[in-house]
Structures are given as C-alpha cells and as structure tokens.
Write a protein that binds this ligand. Sequence first.
Ligand SMILES: Nc1ncnc2c1ncn2[C@@H]1O[C@H](COP(=O)(O)OP(=O)(O)OP(=O)(O)O)[C@@H](O)[C@H]1O
Ligand SMILES: [Mg+2]
Length: 429
Amino acid sequence: MIVFDEILSTISEILRDNSGITEPFVINRDLNGRVRMIFSETSRENKNLETLAAKMAERLTPHGFPMESIVAFEPSLELIKANVPSFTLESFKNVTVVDRLAVDADWTNICPPSDGTPRVVFFSIKGGVGRSTTMAATAWALAQNGERVMVLDLDLESPGLSSYLLPEERRPKYGVTDWLVEDLVDNGDSLLNDMFALSELSHDGAIYVVPAHGKIPGEYVPKLGRVWMPKVCQDGTRTSWAGRLGQLLAALEARLQPDIILIDSRAGIDEISSACVTDLGAKKILLFAIDSEQTWTGYDILFKYWLKTGVAEEIRDRLQMIGAMIPEVDSDKYFDGLCERAWDIFRDSLYDEISVDKAESNPFSYDKGEESAPHFPWKIRWNRSFASLQSIHYRMLATDGGEVDSVFGPLIDGLLPIVDEGKVDSYGE
Ligand SMILES: Nc1ncnc2c1ncn2[C@@H]1O[C@H](COP(=O)(O)OP(=O)(O)OP(=O)(O)O)[C@@H](O)[C@H]1O
Ligand SMILES: [Mg+2]
C-alpha cells in the first residue's frame, strides 16, 4: 500500500526498470488521487504496455486503477493536458503528470504581466499581517503623489479593505462578488458603473475602491458559493472563474483608466490567492511575511511546487518579500532573521545555482545581503498608531504624510517606479 506522496516516486522506479516505453504518455491523477496512464492511439501495438500495466496496478495500490483499466488510449494527448495543472515527471522527459483537482485553482498557470496598467498583488500565507492596512496607506500615498489608483478587494471570504478606505455611506451598491454571480447569467456589465466608489482620501489623484460586496451585502453567502463557477457558453467555450475575474479587471481598467491597480488577495494557498498571484498578470507580487514557521513552511511549499512544475522562471522575478509588522524592539535582529529565512527558501527553489565550471550568462541569483534581491524584505514597521481596531479610514483622514512614510515608506518607494514604467508603456513617453 502506498500513500499519495509516494505515487510519483513509485512510478519513476517502475519506469526505470522498464525501459521499453519511450513514447510520450500522460500520468493522469484523478480527483480521488487514482492514477491511470494515457497513451496515444498509436501506442496500442506496444507489447511492453501489458507488463507495465501489471506492475503499475500492483505497486500503486490503492492509488492505481486495476490492471484492465490502468492504461487508456486517446487520439490526442494535448487535449488531455489542456487547462489542467501538468508537469514533466522528473528524469522522464516523455512523461507528463496531469493533476485533476477538486478546486479550480491552478498555481502553475502563470500569466505574463498584463499589457495595460501595472497590477500589484498583496499576498500572504498568514492572515492578519497588515496587508489591507498597507494597501490603504499605499493608495493614500500614491494618490497624494497625484496618481490614479484602483484598489480591488479580492479577499472575498473575509473582506475588509473597502472599509479601510470608504465610510459606509460612500460604499457602492455592488461589489466583485455581485459581478461574478451576474456574469454567469450575462448580466455583469450592467453593474459596472455601480461597483466602485471614489475615496475621500484621494488628494490630488484618485482612489477608486472596488469592494468585495456592496453597501448592503445582500445574500452574500449564497453568492459567495457561486463565484467560483466557470462559465460555459452555449457554443461550449469554458471560462474559468479566474478568467472571468480577469475580464472584470479589464473592464474596470478600461472604465477607470488608473495608473496602478492594487489587489488585496486572500491569505493562504487557496483558490482566490491562486487567481490573484498567478492568473491576473501582476507586475509585482508582494509576499507579506512575519517570522513564523507557518509563514516559511507555506512559502516553501509554494516555491517548491513552482520549481517542480517547471514554472518558477515565469514568476520569480515578479516576487518581492515584505517584512510585515517589524517589531519596535530588537528590530535589526528580527530583520536579519527574516532576511535569512527568506533567502533560504528563495535559494533552495527559485535562485539559479551558480557552478564554477558552468557559468550562467545571466543567472537569477542573489546574495543574502543584496538589497535589490526579491528575497530582501521591504520593511513595514509595526506602529502603535496603526495597531488599534478603530476605523483606519478616519485615521488615514487625519494622518500626515510623515507617519505614513515612516511606516510604509519602503513599499511605497518600491512601487513608484512601477507606476512610472506603466505610464511610459502606455503613453510611449
Ligand atoms: N504597521 C502596522 N503596525 C501596527 N498595527 C498594524 C499595522 N498594520 C496593520 N496593523 C493592525 O493589524 C491588524 C490586521 O491588519 P490588516 O487587517 O491590515 O491585516 P490583513 O493582513 O489584511 O488581515 P486579513 O488577513 O484579516 O485580511 C489590524 O488591527 C491593523 O490595525
Ligand atoms: Mg485584509
């Protein structure tokens, strides 16, 4: 009997001992974690398949299908791989592992940065580390700089950002959840004008807030239970929920013409975070971290998955660690510890190894102390005046720039070049 984590190593062992199979094939891990091998029709005549099927069925129990059905044939292996997470089995270039997941989250589907307004995602493994507060303060500072900022609350299961930027009476009628539900019946566009509001904190720029739900949340629980639905049109085309979210973002971007879009993701390795981090074409993905085992284990799991599935190179240069809530006491020591742990996991999975004999032309690799490195945290200090549970909105109304700058300055400074690059790209200046 094997467990899920032993499936791939067992298959590798069997394949190593059975060199008769050289053609491409797919290992399909179904929703229950049971495995079947799918070959192209042209492989039917391969005499080695019978022996392979017997070995696989015997050794993969209870994660394999019975011998009679553990091998299947399909006209196109490409179709089998379409729209699902897949990766090459280590050491076997001809074998692709396809993972059917019960959730519509695909952490391996890394979209390149979007062409239009730069998008920045605020993500963390652990909740309550100051993502939304930082985003509100950043929007405040960027607007003070004259920028048009669009902020989107995608923490749908635990919304909070909009209340940090809007008093209740200013909240719009609808939110992201309403659009995702209405879109399923082709009614999304009629909501577009009523799902954002201008914050009073806009200064010389603008802060357009797109909340998770409207002023009156309405039947929020049943709506939330439907937002993940893919949309299947009459002609059979299917758009995943993350794809639909992308369409919403594009529509809002076209309407509001912001200089930057800030996205408040959900915390943890779940479906919403997956869409925010990998599907929305973010230019920068801010990884909030406090120095806790839960944080490092979570990021390590994610980075190793990206490495294993062969997509690390597509995303690593857009990641940036954020040192959240750096304590007032012993802050240098705390920061050094944070930097060390961050460097460990980046080096293990995302940085190129530099070997003396095989010098890479342009390796993606950084020393621990390099301030421009993605692992080197941008500091956000813990500050008493942002710690209370009182309305952040009223605090932001009364705040002066010096206070915001002293707590959130490094992150705001880090984002300013991204806003400028976005303007150059769109105006061709
Ligand atoms: N820099 C800071 N210094 C002190 N307290 C802070 C700071 N940033 C946020 N806080 C406080 O920490 C708490 C959590 O902040 P916030 O809601 O921004 O976190 P979050 O990561 O968005 O949480 P959630 O996962 O629940 O959405 C709030 O009470 C907030 O006032
Ligand atoms: Mg939050």
